[in-house]
Design a protein around this ligand. Structure first.
Ligand code: HEM
Length: 420
């Protein structure tokens, strides 16, 4: 018997986004998808996957054809019909409650995006930069005082990321801590095997959502702010909000923005460290080489995209890459695969800082990331401070990748350090 041609093998057998092993290391599966099933239906999940760069950009660039408001389909979940009991994955458990900038279309999206863009504008970033640099320095000084080992996730990435987004949003340390705890919890809610990924965990996630709602409301009502931080635009919107719906919008905006600006950075710090810093100086560029930090950042997130996939829903029957998709098709755009598409990136599995920054790690089209400049700023300070304070950073046992259907980062990334 001869083996079936790869394009006859059902796509789900190549790429199963419910399978932990595939999620931990999806790159071989991505390549097979790109080569043999570039636009494919994962039948048991009722989900279409788009894996090539060109098609990913087409979907993200056509908001009228592919809705972000309906991104997660009509009930925000994926149902796996294999097995005796259908398994449901509620995509909204990840913290995006809907009605926020990333999950709206048209005029509502334009209005919400304008507010968020104002919050992440260059003048605000400039005003926040000193506080962010100071946090990076303090965190590293504390780590240096604590010995020769630390976990990049807990010791470095989380404290810096939480403080940076907190300062930009004008949140004080107490609220920042509550939101960071909430973001840590909801980030795990889609991880396969995590107890939080089950439907039974719903009430626990909801309680955490409620705690963060309360903390944010109390903060907005007290109109406290970060001393010396940039003016608090969100507190202003809160005061101006006419009625409960407008107030709810402000709270949701804060929660989503915190999550968008926290989790992604935590992952990006780890990916950058793993690609260019740990076990160096193995690449040009770190710590003393000629490659500018922004190039390292772009290449790190191209190679290992913190947001591995994003979702859209087809409005009306559509065609992608010549493949017809029905009205209402739920489309999973594999950014992590598009960023390794050999049709666009030469030798895509190798780190090569300085490539053109046309990757899709920050998305594309009207929903492209608003936090790119902030991400660059934080990572630049981290890379610079590590270069100044360390002679070498080496991997040690215990690194654990944490990945789910939407995101990929590390749960633990322990290192040993020779401080300068
Ligand atoms: C390396 C870090 C980051 C990566 C890889 C990343 C990635 C992305 C991606 C892929 C999207 C588009 C999602 C889609 O089209 O469905 C996005 C949107 C967004 N990002 Fe980021 N992001 C990062 C950092 C940040 C930071 C620091 C913030 C700051 C708060 C932020 C705020 C946002 C917002 C508000 C949107 C939604 C924009 C819209 O819908 O119009 N991101 N991000």
């Amino acid at each position: 018997m001869t083996a079936a041609a790869p394009d006859r093998v059902p796509a789900i057998e190549i790429f199963d986004p419910m399978c932990p092993a595939v999620l931990k290391d999806p790159y071989a599966a991505y390549r097979e998808l790109r080569d043999h099933h570039p636009v494919a239906l994962l039948e048991p999940l009722g989900l279409w996957v788009v894996s090539r760069y060109e098609h990913a950009r087409d979907v993200l660039g056509a908001p009228d054809a592919f809705s972000a408001a309906l991104a997660f389909g009509k009930d925000s979940s994926i149902t796996d019909t294999r097995g005796a009991e259908p398994r449901r994955l509620n995509l909204r458990f990840a913290g995006d409650a809907g009605g926020v900038v990333s999950s709206t279309d048209g005029e509502t999206h334009t209005r919400l995006r304008r507010t968020v863009a104002g919050l992440l504008s260059k003048p605000r970033l400039d005003a926040a930069e000193a506080a962010i640099a100071d946090r990076v320095d303090r965190v590293l000084a504390e780590l240096a005082g604590g010995g020769e080992r630390f976990d990049v996730v807990e010791g470095l990435a989380k404290p810096v990321a939480a403080r940076a987004i907190g300062v930009l949003m004008g949140l004080d340390e107490d609220v920042t801590r509550v939101l960071a705890r909430w973001a840590d919890l909801t980030a795990r809610a889609l991880d396969p095997g995590d107890e939080l990924s089950t439907a039974a965990a719903g009430p626990r996630v909801m309680r955490s959502n409620l705690a963060s709602f309360r903390a944010v409301t109390a903060f907005l009502n007290s109109a406290r702010g970060v001393p010396g931080g940039p003016p608090n635009v969100l507190a202003h919107s809160w005061q101006e909000a006419a009625g409960p719906a407008a107030r709810e919008e402000v709270i949701l905006a804060i929660l989503q923005l915190f999550q968008a600006g926290y989790e992604t950075i935590v992952s990006a710090v780890c990916h950058l460290m793993a690609a260019f810093v740990i076990d160096g100086p193995r690449t040009p560029g770190f710590p003393d080489g000629p490659v500018p930090a922004p190039d390292l950042v772009d290449e790190a997130v191209r190679l290992a995209s913190p947001v591995r996939a994003t979702f859209r829903t087809a409005v009306g029957p559509r065609t992608v890459g010549g493949v017809p998709l029905p009205d209402g098709a739920m489309v999973m755009v594999l950014l992590g695969s598009a960023n390794r598409d050999e049709r666009v990136f030469e030798d895509p599995d190798r780190p090569r800082p300085g490539r053109p920054t046309t990757h899709l790690a920050f998305g594309a089209g009207p929903h492209r990331c608003l936090g790119r400049m902030l991400a660059q700023l934080e990572l630049r300070h981290i890379v610079g401070a590590l270069a100044a304070r360390t002679r070498s950073i080496s991997s040690i046992e215990g690194a654990r990748v944490g990945a789910n259907i939407l995101k990929a980062g590390y749960d633990h990334l322990p290192v040993s350090v020779e401080w300068r």
